[in-house]
Design a protein around this ligand. Structure first.
Ligand code: NAI
Ligand code: MG
Length: 325
């Protein structure tokens, strides 16, 4: 069976790193049918919308999507794209690699972030007289769904789970989240630790080795995963997955990098590692692991792009990864 993969390079270095990742996917065993679609600033300028209906249809029809980045229109692109794949879980590994200068070279953990509610509910009001409010939505169903996903992910990776929250202050909402997590853990016979999110920020910085899988409400996951990105030495290294019930979208964490776009020197590692997550997600676990280890060896032995102190181009790094497959 041929898997249908939607490819959306987007803007800026997305147009450089996504083709590099596609080259790596093409060098792996599974046979994919790629359909390229447009999103972002460039198509907005031409067609008046950053996310044409045809792109959403391509994503909905595909088995998985690889997305680069969009520029100024990012929010108008990525939020509807995540919706198009029904994403409820944002998975962000933060891992330091040998050969890459990192603040905490021993970092190796994964954030599993609830991706549909919390303070990103969009329910804000301006009550006038300088007073504004935001409604934080936490439902039992979404909390259970992310807990089930997080514990299953931890099982597959033989990892411990830490659940972060702020239920000492947000008693009702994070209380609901914790109750749901606890119920799911009890059903699965799973163990977990809990950590207040502010304390976790400190502990992550001081000793990230204490954590494997960190299960987070939406805002905590957004902030803490960016903190962990700082521990591993560079935005060019961080992949992510947006997972839904029967579709998923994979993207590097970085944006369009306008300062280097067009020069052909963007680091393709985050995009290639996102493609590795795509492979694993579609059931090609050996292929995903092979791509990951080819990237690891390339980071360790070179060639490297300028963000990692090297002089190689995006294409040279992609070619080195392909040759190591
Ligand atoms: P950015 O991630 O594009 O760049 C931040 C810094 O990291 C820059 O110095 C850049 O050169 C460097 N960098 C990022 N990725 C790199 C790579 N693969 N190789 C080498 N260096 C890399 O974030 P910034 O500057 O805040 O945003 C630029 C544009 O990207 C904005 O228009 C923003 O809206 C958009 N953006 C889009 C995202 C998305 O589509 N998911 C996510 C973040 C930003
Ligand atoms: Mg963020």
């Amino acid at each position: 069976m041929t898997d249908e993969i939607a490819i959306i390079p987007g803007d800026g270095i997305g147009r450089e790193v996504v083709p590099a990742a596609v080259r790596v996917l093409e060098a792996t065993e599974p046979s994919f049918a790629f359909t390229e679609a447009e999103a972002g600033d460039a198509v907005a300028e031409r067609e008046g919308t950053p996310l044409p209906d045809s792109t959403v249809e391509t994503v909905e029809a595909a088995d998985a999507t690889l997305f680069g980045a969009a520029g100024e229109t990012a929010a108008d692109v990525i939020l509807p794209l995540r919706e198009a794949v029904g994403s409820f879980a944002n998975v962000r590994p933060a891992r330091a690699y040998p050969g890459v200068d990192a603040l905490r070279p021993e970092t190796d953990l994964v954030f599993v972030r609830e991706n549909t509610e919390g303070v990103y509910s969009g329910i804000e009001s301006d009550l006038g007289e300088g007073v504004t409010t935001l409604t934080r939505v936490v439902t039992e169903s979404a909390s259970r769904r992310i807990a089930e996903f997080g514990f299953a992910y931890a099982d597959e990776h033989d990892a411990d789970v830490t659940v972060t929250h702020k239920a000492n202050v947000m008693r009702t909402t994070d209380g609901r989240f914790l109750d749901a997590v606890d119920a799911v853990a009890a059903e699965r016979g799973a163990d977990y630790d809990t950590e207040l999110m502010d304390a976790l920020a400190t502990k992550l910085l001081l000793d990230p080795t204490q954590y494997d899988v960190v299960l987070c409400p939406n805002l905590a996951g957004d902030v803490l995963s960016d903190l962990a990105a700082g521990l591993v030495g560079g935005l060019g290294l961080l992949p992510s997955a947006n997972v839904g019930a029967d579709n998923a979208l994979f993207e590097p964490v970085h944006g369009t990098a306008p300062d280097i776009a067009g020069e052909g020197v963007a680091n393709p590692a985050a995009a290639i590692l996102s493609a590795a997550m795509l492979l694993t997600h579609l059931g090609y676990e050996d292929e995903g692991a092979r791509v990951r280890s080819a990237v690891e060896r390339t980071l360790e032995e070179g060639p490297r792009t300028p963000d990692l102190g090297g002089t190689a181009t995006t294409d040279e790094v992609a070619a080195a990864v392909v040759s190591r497959l």
